[in-house]
Design a protein around this ligand. Structure first.
Ligand code: SF4
Ligand code: SF4
Length: 481
């Protein structure tokens, strides 16, 4: 046996009281270490390389030779240890070889119903945003072509999703109604299920409309940024008035009569707003949203809205405090509705071994008002080149090239990162906004992300050991985006 070394990017150790657990990064698997494996990890952790005589010296007389060999072989199979020379030469092959991309199993299509919005949120990233009346509206024909393109690319799925996005999607309600009618008939004829999803600013909701959405079982997310002072800082009307009062009233009306699916809330955190606990307490505790998720802005076009480095530290500290409450609730069998933590638990639990950060470009595509095909909703109206058009079809070579570039981690910072199978280089749109290139990983807050995922692995381990039934009861398959 040549010298072996620990492959640090492949493992994460977690102590839960007296138990030592190993989180295996490539598979997101969790193993409890016995005395021998625990001591072997300690030996490898304490020095750069370990030779056969060193192993014998350490374990002879205390563990059987067969057990030592078995444990070592298991570690090698898991690529927790590997030949020291290979690791030094970066040839230990800890990542899956990228394969050519030939299939696009689309199950989610995002329709940009209108580039217009009736609000004028100061931080809005949409490059083509305008008022509803001046906005470009998607035609029914384009929407139908989009749905048909999805079916053509992946005809044999059981479940499809149609997402309505904007601007403000409800500012093109006639299109939404027509598309829902079309899809319900079309997918029923294929004996497939279709679900509808929408993120809205809530201002155009009324009781009749809510009942219609309920009837068609929309998955709804409301954009709201917290208590009045925080919400009104940025979420304003075209005339400059804060919208908190109207959004709160509409949200309460929605929450009081909507029962088809849980209603979530999406919070945008911008400069000066870092108190995630106060925001969560208001939206979850006082208003009653089922789930609240936070989107910190770090690379928006208007840099004065981006959170500073110190603010990002505060945000993650607050998220960890909320995460501890989530953990306590989970140990008690309850899902506390903290979206970011729940998504992290879902990712770890499903052992996604994510090679890509999200479904954009593979399971999900977004169509702009003119029929242009984009990676996801955040790219519609941007300068990023399109991947075809719904009337002409998907530009598969261009899309394959993009996805293959992101799949290949060679010589990127992600290659040996311990959270590479959860972060996968981060959101394409963040990279595009930050570097003007969606193929580059978004490196700008990696240390904070690693710390957040480490925190998540520890919380996950505790839930697995103390109340594993939580996952069965509360974790459903991950959404595409
Ligand atoms: S972007 Fe940063 S945190 Fe994410 S996988 Fe790459 S190196 Fe790791
Ligand atoms: S993570 Fe980024 S690229 Fe992926 S769907 Fe969301 S916004 Fe788009």
């Amino acid at each position: 046996m040549g010298s072996l070394t620990l492959v640090k990017p492949n493992l994460h150790l977690v102590d839960v009281e007296a138990r030592r657990m190993l989180f295996h990064v490539p598979t997101s698997g969790l193993f409890e270490l016995d005395d021998l494996s625990r001591e072997m990890i300690e030996l490898f952790s304490g020095q750069k390389e370990v030779s056969a005589p060193q192993l014998r010296e350490r374990f002879d007389g205390r563990f059987s030779a067969a057990d030592v060999v078995d444990t070592l072989e298991e570690f090698k199979t898991l690529k927790i240890v590997a030949d020291a020379d290979l690791v030094a030469a970066n040839k230990a092959q800890i990542n899956i070889e990228p394969q050519p991309v030939t299939q696009f199993p689309l199950t989610t299509i995002v329709l940009n119903t209108n580039t217009g919005c009736n609000l004028s949120c100061t931080y809005c990233y949409k490059e083509d945003l305008t008022t509803p009346s001046k906005g470009d509206k998607m035609s029914y024909e384009t929407a139908v072509q989009s749905v048909e393109m999805m079916l053509k690319e992946s005809p044999d799925q059981r479940q499809y999703n149609v997402v309505f996005f904007g601007g403000e999607p409800l500012s093109n309600l006639p299109l939404i109604r027509n598309v829902v009618a079309y899809c319900e008939e079309r997918f029923a004829s294929l004996e497939a299920d279709v679900s509808f999803t929408m993120t809205t600013n809530a201002t155009l909701l009324n009781e009749k409309l809510v009942d219609w959405l309920n009837e068609h079982r929309f998955g709804l997310t409301i954009s709201m940024d917290g208590p009045k002072a925080m919400h009104d800082k940025n979420r304003i009307t075209v005339g400059g008035q804060g919208t908190y009062e109207v959004v709160k009233k509409k949200a309460q009306m929605l929450l009081s009569r909507y029962n088809a699916r849980p209603v979530g809330c999406r919070v945008t955190l911008t400069r000066g707003i870092t108190d995630v606990e106060a925001v969560f307490d208001h939206l979850y505790g006082e208003l009653g949203f089922t789930e609240v998720g936070f989107g910190p802005v770090t690379s928006g076009d208007i840099s004065s809205f981006n959170l500073t480095g110190d603010e990002m530290v505060e945000v993650f500290e607050g998220m960890k405090r909320l995460g501890r409450k989530y953990l306590a609730a989970a140990l008690d069998g309850k899902n506390m509705g903290f979206g970011n933590m729940h998504m992290l638990m879902t990712d770890i639990h499903e052992g996604n071994k994510k090679q890509l950060p999200c479904g954009a470009g593979v399971g999900l595509l977004a169509v702009d008002t003119k029929g242009g095909i984009n990676l996801c909703h955040r790219f519609t109206g941007s300068d990023q080149a399109l991947f075809g058009d719904v009337s002409e079809g998907l530009d598969k070579p261009a899309l394959a090239e993009f996805v293959e570039t992101r799949l290949d981690r060679t010589e990127t910072g992600c290659e040996t990162c311990r959270i590479r199978n959860i972060c996968s280089g981060g959101c394409y749109h963040e990279s595009y906004a930050k570097y003007g290139d969606a193929t580059v990983p978004s490196y700008h807050y990696c240390d904070l992300l690693r710390d957040w995922v480490d925190f998540g692995v520890e919380a996950y381990t505790r839930i697995m050991l103390e109340n594993p039934g939580f996952f069965e009861a509360h974790v459903s398959p991950r959404r595409s985006a």
